[in-house]
Ligand binder design. Structure first.
Ligand code: SF4
Length: 699
């Protein structure tokens, strides 16, 4: 058996090459539904402790294939993350979905890309295709901080260890596969592929890159959540459609041969984007492209996007409709073990898994449209919610976990309180192109009824065996504080904070005002800070009512977001000090691909208005903004006094830091980190240069 696998990887004779070619072209004959764990031969170790029988997971090695009696696989998934068999981990979701489709699926998690590449050969050649993903995060975000330094840990690797994934993982893995298995199609997906599907700014190399399809050489790109496009691809492959003909599946992108016209499709209108070369030459055209991409990705009926990259046409098909309750349930109800693969048992905990293993995700998608966030670009603006039954089934699964002690750590989602929310009149939503349903005001057509959410909360906390059910996802307080709610929704809003405080706060409740300055909040597409004051009042009143004086709000803030100046950060410091906070949960803005804020960072203009927006770019500017979070630390005081004096804000310095601001120079001295030309205040947007993005020209 092992030999058979090895033969597949050995240098191919002519007859073997022909057989492989035929395999990749022949219609798929679906094998019987894959061998159920109970039907496979347990190993000695598995007999000793059946919990860790590897046959309960999708196979990751030749031995595990052998244990299932498989001498070939249909699909091999290469992943930048460790394999955790849980619905929060995309590789497991896709693997389990393919398994349900009757395919033989194997996973190669975190292959070594620096040795003789044996990991890319060890399972042979898949009959249908390789799937490639960087994992749950973009590999660059995973590895580097906003300051481009290595992160202290890799949250998706056992023990948090570094060195198990390459930079630009999708491209690296795909290029290796194309070299080793040139006849086998490669399908790329996951967040890295999804958010790099079109010409984009890459912060880490400071370049404008073309679609990752072009850089990697992959055959098909799936963007967004993969279940629907993948199911359609499998349906077509089963009918005998060759992989190379999969060009009109929604929510996928392909690159056509030079001169080839876009495939005909009567259902889709086309929108032609500015070409990659035009984007390289002119930041205004690049910014206009982004606006169009965002508009289309937020529409119910989007257009197909076409972009020339060199002499080849990139075709990005429109997304699928939001998943129905039945569809999303069927994904969450797949037979996950909810555990990391046993191969990691001696390598230490996987931090991201430890964080979510006893938590429940109730929905996907977010209609917040925050400028710096990628969720709506990846999961969609419209919310897909699970049924109550599916959620409660997951509670039962969690209860069976050996280390569960009665605490559900989160009943949440991308935002904690968007469950089951949607437009009241769908026909209005069908024509809508707003990037956010709640900014600049909550849409009057949005039903913000929190009753279905409260019903779930009650059912989960009353489940026998559940002692606590906390909400630790971030709450959108503007959703229950807005003025235009319909009476039935208003009633639920009144109850929401009270029920939250009475039953679902572990002690610290996360909310994300992100800034205090309304000017910056407008660029962020976040609600005015006045809503935070109102939320805090309600939270404090509920604390008193339920005798929970020890409860705290933990507000999250971002520094150096486009539009934010040192004066705005002084506003954060003063207002949060007045409210009694010493901030902990803070971060510098990270320009990740495909967000409005990243496009502003890259171009210096807002893609919608084309107006300049100030941007902190140098390490000194960023550090200056960040230092305002820590006004209470003695080591920050001197620099802050100096900065505030330079800005003509001595009164603010006195208020924030106390003492006599006139003596600032004796106390703190001047800050050597500032250049003279920066003392004049906010930096104007940079003028177009060649190249305008400051990096190398890449195609
Ligand atoms: S009409 Fe309102 S609720 Fe519907 S999509 Fe547009 S903003 Fe959202």
């Amino acid at each position: 058996m092992r030999g058979q696998i090895d033969r597949a990887t050995a240098p191919a004779t002519r007859s073997v090459r022909i057989r492989r070619l035929r395999q990749s072209r022949t219609p798929l004959t679906v094998p019987a539904v894959p061998v159920h764990p109970s039907a496979t031969k347990p190993t000695a170790a598995a007999r000793a402790d059946p919990t860790w029988d590897p046959c309960r997971w999708l196979p990751t090695s030749a031995d595990e294939l052998a244990a299932r009696g498989w001498d070939y696989v249909d699909v091999i998934i290469i992943s930048g993350d460790a394999y955790v068999d849980h619905p929060a981990f995309g590789t497991a979701v896709i693997g389990r979905l393919l398994e349900r489709e009757g395919l033989r699926v194997a996973i190669v998690p975190q292959p070594n890309w620096r040795d003789d590449l044996r990991d890319f050969k060890k399972l042979g050649t898949p009959r249908l295709f390789f799937g490639v993903t960087a994992g749950c995060m973009d590999s660059m975000v995973n590895r580097y901080t906003a300051a481009k330094r290595l992160r202290s840990e890799d949250a998706y690797t056992p023990g948090g260890e570094h060195g198990f994934r390459p930079d630009y993982a999708v491209t690296v893995y795909t290029q290796i596969l194309k070299k080793l298995h040139p006849d086998v199609p490669v399908m790329i997906g996951g967040i890295e592929a999804s958010l790099r599907r079109v010409t984009h700014y890459d912060y880490w190399s400071d370049t404008i890159k073309p679609s990752v399809l072009v850089e990697s050489g992959a055959d098909l790109l799936v963007y967004g959540m993969g279940e629907q496009p993948l199911s359609e691809a499998i349906r077509l492959l089963k009918r005998g459609v060759p992989f190379s003909s999969l060009k009109t599946i929604a929510q996928t992108a392909v690159q056509l041969a030079p001169g080839a016209p876009p495939p005909k499709n009567a259902n889709w209108e086309d929108h032609i984007l500015y070409s990659h070369d035009e984007c390289l030459a002119d930041r205004a055209l690049y910014a206009k492209n982004f606006k169009q991409i965002e508009v289309e990705s937020n529409r119910v009926k989007a257009r197909r996007l076409l972009q020339l990259v060199g002499d080849r046409l990139l075709v990005i098909n429109p997304p699928y409709a939001t998943m129905s309750e039945e569809q999303i349930d069927s994904s969450f109800d797949l037979p996950y073990t909810r555990l990391p693969h046993p191969r990691y048992r001696k390598r230490g905990p996987i931090p991201a898994y430890e964080m979510i293993k006893h938590s429940i995700n109730m929905h996907r998608g977010c209609f917040g449209g925050c400028s710096f966030c990628t969720i709506s670009a990846h999961q969609g603006k419209f919310v897909a919610s699970r049924s109550k039954e599916s959620i409660l089934r997951e509670v039962e699964s969690i209860k069976q976990m050996p280390d569960f002690r009665g605490t559900i750590t989160d009943i949440g989602g991308p935002s904690a309180n968007m469950y089951k929310m949607k437009g009241i009149d769908q026909s209005i939503c069908d024509a809508c192109i707003r990037p956010s349903c709640i900014w600049p005001q909550v849409c009057r057509n949005l039903d913000t009824d929190h009753s279905p959410l409260l019903d779930i909360y009650k059912s989960v906390r009353e489940t026998p065996g559940v002692k606590h059910a906390f909400v630790t996802s971030g709450i959108r307080y503007d959703l229950f504080l807005h003025e235009h709610a319909k009476p039935h929704a208003k009633e639920s809003h009144e109850k929401y904070v009270e029920e939250l405080v009475a039953h679902h706060v572990s002690g610290r409740l996360k909310v994300a005002p992100e800034h205090t300055s309304d000017e910056v909040l407008r660029v962020m597409r976040k609600p005015s800070f006045k809503y935070f004051y109102r939320f805090k009042e309600k939270f404090d009143a509920a604390k008193e009512k339920f005798g929970k004086a020890q409860f705290q709000i933990i507000p999250y803030f971002i520094s150096s977001h486009p539009g934010s100046k040192p004066q705005d950060m002084a506003d954060v410091a003063v207002k949060t000090k007045d409210l009694g906070f010493k901030l902990e949960q803070v971060q510098d803005f990270t320009p990740t691909p495909m967000t409005v804020a990243t496009e502003i960072y890259a171009t210096g203009v807002h893609p919608y208005s084309q107006q300049p927006v100030c941007v902190a770019k140098t390490p000194e500017e960023k550090q200056e903004q960040r230092s305002f979070f820590f006004w209470y630390k003695p080591e920050m005081r001197g620099a802050l006094r100096s900065t505030l004096h330079r800005l003509g804000m001595d009164q603010t310095a006195a208020k924030l830091l106390g003492g006599e601001s006139a003596k600032f120079e004796m106390i703190g001295g001047s800050d050597p980190g500032f250049r003279r030309d920066e003392r004049a205040g906010p930096r104007a947007a940079p003028r177009a240069a060649k190249p305008w993005f400051g990096g190398r020209t890449r195609r």
